[in-house]
Design a protein around this ligand. Structure first.
Ligand code: SF4
Length: 87
């Protein structure tokens, strides 16, 4: 896969294809979602639309259930329903 941002230009999450929000959420600067960038996945980073970084890749927003949870699910794992049970 080629790097779509070889100059590592900074961009907003709201315009980034690595930004995953809830299935029916409206993408705004205040919407919270999960960052799917490979370099940031280990951190389960929850970011709003007006956050941003140099892993930015312009493209359509990803969708996934649980994307606005605190903490969000591990990327690729979808919670059965509602927030995870307290431990
Ligand atoms: S933190 Fe960076 S890579 Fe992740 S969604 Fe936002 S702009 Fe994209």
């Amino acid at each position: 896969m080629t790097d779509q941002n070889p100059k590592k230009e900074w961009g907003l999450c709201v315009d980034c294809q690595n930004w995953q929000i809830e299935l029916n959420a409206i993408a705004t600067h205040q919407t919270a979602g999960l960052c799917l960038a490979a370099a940031l996945r280990p951190f389960r980073l929850r970011v709003t639309g007006n956050s941003g970084c140099q892993e930015f890749h312009r493209g359509p927003t990803a969708r996934g259930a649980g994307s606005n949870l605190k903490p969000p699910p591990i990327p690729g794992n979808v919670p059965p329903s509602g927030p995870p049970a307290a431990t």
